[in-house]
Design a protein around this ligand. Structure first.
Ligand code: PCA
Length: 328
């Protein structure tokens, strides 16, 4: 073969390889594990975020959501993203309270009980949470609150004494501690599995939003929902930091823009879903209403104990968040 032919073949193959490399870079697929059911408003928001990124990057990054813990179960999602098994995903932030108490800033009973206060608390906590996640190889994209947390039972409950011995489904350290302080027996179960837990009697009560009770049709096993407005925990979406750093700036900008739309839209949906799901629980046959004065008074005392305990456990970072929130 003549030298010039050799060169042109080489050039052609470099061009082909070059094309296929840039082709691969142009069409990345990001699987996005999510813990909650596909119809839940967080998952709906995540699906729209995914679409926004896919469209906004011209298909350069295609995000595919996997709700209901189908790709990774809730408790495994953060580790999967830290270790690069999945590039992006969503998780309940306070689910990491067992690693570091600060992650439980949004599950302190009666600190922030409305959407407005939840937003204020989030603004106070955000820089600390971004820093903590950054140290764990994660980039925080957006966070959306669940509706206010209330108590579910399969009987009428008017006081903490009525809760004694009840099997209680918890979803983080704070909810397990609430169970202990009210004389209940906590068992940690992911939302995706609670319908079965209630149906089989593994659990017979929980603290959660109307949204989760509605999504999981808990009226099939439970009878009462007491609006307590104890706190509004957050889900957040994170990306693996190495993946993020390898993403070109134009795509990062699209992702950031889609994330801020998602935070706004998700919060709006959470508010809308609050009333809608209360009505849904009633339609399912549940008794829905505010907790009685005695129960609220007793829960507030327990809330004070939990606040003191959390401040001790969360140290300087925790104190700074609560101080910034109270200073607003
Ligand atoms: N639903 C989630 C967390 C908070 C909420 O409202 C759950 O019960 O797991």
């Amino acid at each position: 073969m003549r030298k010039s032919n050799c060169l042109s073949i080489l050039a052609a193959s470099v061009a082909v390889v070059g094309l296929s490399i840039s082709g691969a870079a142009q069409a990345e697929k990001w699987d996005m594990p999510m813990a909650y059911s596909g119809t839940n408003f967080h998952s709906v928001t995540g699906a729209e975020f995914a679409k926004c990124v896919t469209t906004g990057t011209g298909g350069g990054i295609e995000i595919v959501t996997h709700p209901s813990g189908s790709l990774f179960k809730g408790g495994d999602i953060k580790r999967a993203i830290q270790t690069g098994q999945a590039p992006i995903g969503e998780r309940l932030m306070s689910g990491h309270q067992n690693e570091n108490a600060v992650f439980g800033f949004d599950s302190i009973p009666f600190l922030a009980t409305s959407f407005d206060d939840s937003e204020k608390l989030w603004q106070a906590a955000k820089p600390t949470m971004e820093k903590l996640l950054d140290e764990q190889n994660l980039v925080m994209l957006y966070a959306v609150p669940w509706p206010p947390q209330g108590l579910y039972f399969k009987k009428e409950v008017n006081s903490v004494a009525d809760m004694k011995g009840v099997k209680f489904r918890s979803y983080n350290n704070a909810t397990a501690r609430l169970a202990e302080l009210t004389g209940m027996a906590p068992v940690q179960i992911e939302a995706a599995e609670i319908s079965q837990a209630f149906a089989t009697g593994v659990a017979e009560s929980m603290v959660s939003s109307g949204a989760t009770g509605y999504d999981r049709k808990v009226w099939e096993s439970l009878t009462h929902f007491y609006e307590v407005d104890a706190w509004l925990p957050r889900n957040y979406v994170m990306v693996n930091k190495d993946v993020w750093n390898e993403t070109d700036e134009a795509h990062q900008n699209v992702i950031r823009a889609c994330a801020s739309i998602a935070e706004y839209a998700g919060t709006w949906r959470s508010k809308e879903y609050t009333g809608f799901t209360m009505a849904g629980l009633r339609e399912g046959g549940m008794t829905v209403g505010p907790a009685g004065d005695q129960l609220v008074g007793e829960l507030k005392e327990i809330g004070n104990t939990m606040t003191t305990e959390w401040l001790e456990a969360a140290g300087e970072d925790g104190k700074a968040i609560v101080d910034a929130f109270n200073a607003e």
